[in-house]
Design a protein around this ligand. Structure first.
Ligand code: GDG
Length: 479
């Protein structure tokens, strides 16, 4: 692979957002997400990015379009109606809940499905305009599950990879979807299909078997005359970035400030997007159970609950926010006094330096999603612990739990057990903390985000070779 290889990254959002202020239009880097995680990887390739710029406009201004293209950004413009049906509807209210096994929250709506199909086709149009046969095309996530096959039909020889960032649900859940076969066929247009962990790979292969009848061999499927490989690629983080920020004098200062402000008490930390999959109410209840069960900790420990607003237009999220506000108030009312607030609640996006300072200042990270494709927060916490001190409590229903085996792994529904885990974490001898954290750091440093992307692309290239061999054999058999 040469330096000039072109990599086309296709994802719902571009790494920039177009914002309209006082009638003028600006480009603003999108915060968090794929873009920041991948920035170090992307420098290695000649990367173009295709995605929605985050603003609902039918016709883009030409100068803006030109500016974006000069930076390798190719916008897919969506109308208000499309954004509603495809994004707020099908992605956020159908796929997101169902794939996280929240089938009771899942809404099935034929119009949203139509919008989803239409938007996937719009992405196709933008790609076919720019893609060349030798390009590597990497499609990301649940917003674009139809795209691999749409693209395959237009460009039969293309090199296409698909990676899903969220869990792939078990057959019993996936089968509930009226459009289940279309989605599987859509994904199978890729040459390589990647998931965070083997459980999702197994689920996917089982669905493919039960719904489409394809048997696999070691994760290889034969779809028509193509070989498709399905495999696990646990996503890593930009380890050096977190380590470096954690090491900076500014963060050092900030850590001291945080500790001082919290009166030198032990700090329990959690960081999430405000989402029902993250198990936030149960976590607060577990903290309540902890204080009830071990009253010696009253006044001695502060729980910093750091949330970012997310999908504030979806009713379930609005209700959840209200419920969390109430629970925080209830716990603070029950135990707090003038000098001590048990739960310190932050509901906004913080600059990365502040986030890393929180990671460093915390004694315990309490990360207990009900279901989470991977969970990068757990990995970032470990990377930021430059002195090796601290303890991670992680729920077994996250992808990250399969790698971070030195964490205290819990079932998030078991409040008693989470309360015990908190006690154990707060009382863990320092040498044991260091031993556990160093072991996890070793692994995360090696399998970082760069390695993850390299692995994925390498596998994609390999499978292309296997396909060529396969089609030669196939041809010979026919002769
Ligand atoms: C999806 C899957 C999978 C959070 N608050 C702030 C902030 N963040 C950053 C964190 C972290 C990211 O947001 C959250 O990533 P997670 O992986 O924890 O969770 P999701 O957003 O649900 O991501 C997940 C992931 O995709 C990748 O495949 O792991 O399972 O659901 O990087 O640091 N960043 C800043 N300020 C904040 O206040 N700067």
């Amino acid at each position: 692979m040469g330096l000039m290889d072109r990599l086309l990254i296709v994802s719902n959002r571009l790494p920039v957002t177009v914002v309209r202020r006082k009638g003028k239009i600006y480009l603003q880097p999108s915060v968090g997400g794929l873009a920041t995680g991948l920035s170090s990887v992307l420098r290695k390739y000649n990367t173009l990015w295709i995605g929605w710029p985050g603003i609902e406009i039918e016709n883009s201004k030409e100068d803006l379009e030109a500016r974006m293209k000069s930076e390798g950004l190719y916008p897919v413009h969506l109308s208000k109606g499309e954004v509603n049906g495809y994004y707020h509807g099908f992605c956020n209210k159908t796929i997101w809940p169902l794939f996280h096994s929240f089938s009771q929250y899942t809404v099935y709506n034929e119009n949203w499905w139509s919008a989803y199909k239409k938007v996937n086709e719009k992405f196709l149009d933008v790609i076919t305009e720019i893609a060349k046969p030798e390009d590597i095309i990497w499609i990301h996530d649940y917003h674009l599950m139809l795209l691999p096959n749409l693209l395959r039909k237009e460009m039969p020889e293309a090199r296409i990879g698909f990676f899903l960032h969220i869990p792939f649900p078990p057959f019993e859940i996936f089968r509930l979807l009226p459009w289940r076969k279309h989605l599987l066929e859509g994904i199978l247009g890729a040459d390589i299909v990647g998931f965070h962990i083997y459980d999702y790979v197994q689920n996917f292969l089982q669905c493919v078997h039960r719904l489409l009848g394809y048997e696999h061999e070691l994760g290889m499927l034969i779809v028509g005359d193509r070989v498709v490989k399905v495999d696990a690629f646990p996503m890593g983080i930009d380890y050096n970035k977190f380590e470096n920020i954690a090491n900076s004098p500014e963060v050092e200062e900030e850590v001291k400030k945080i500790r001082k402000k919290l009166g030198g008490r032990k700090i329990i930390l959690s960081i999430d997007r405000l989402d029902y999959t993250k198990g936030i109410p149960l976590r607060l209840e577990a903290f309540d159970t902890f204080l009830e069960k071990y009253p010696e900790y009253i006044g001695k420990v502060t729980f910093v609950l750091k949330l970012v607003p997310s999908r504030t237009r979806v009713e379930h999220y609005v209700q959840l926010k209200k419920y969390i506000d109430e629970l925080v108030g209830k716990i603070n009312g029950k135990y707090g006094d003038i000098e001590w607030t048990p739960v310190q609640y932050i509901y906004r996006f913080l600059p990365l330096e502040k986030l890393v300072a929180l990671y460093r200042a915390a004694d315990v990270a309490l990360i207990t999603p009900l279901r989470d494709g991977m969970n990068l927060v757990a990995k970032e916490f470990i990377a930021s612990k430059i002195d090796g001190k601290g303890c991670l409590i992680l729920s077994e229903t996250t992808g990250a739990a399969f790698e971070l085996v030195e964490a205290i792994v819990v079932n998030p529904n078991n409040k008693e057990r989470v309360a015990e885990a908190l006690k154990m974490a707060l009382e863990m001898p320092e040498d044991e903390q260091i031993q556990r954290i160093r072991a996890m750091q070793e692994r995360l440093r090696r399998y970082n985000v760069e390695k993850w992307a390299d692995d994925f692309i390498q596998e994609l290239n390999k499978i292309k070779e296997v396909q060529q061999e396969f089609s030669t054999k196939y041809l010979m058999r026919e002769l």
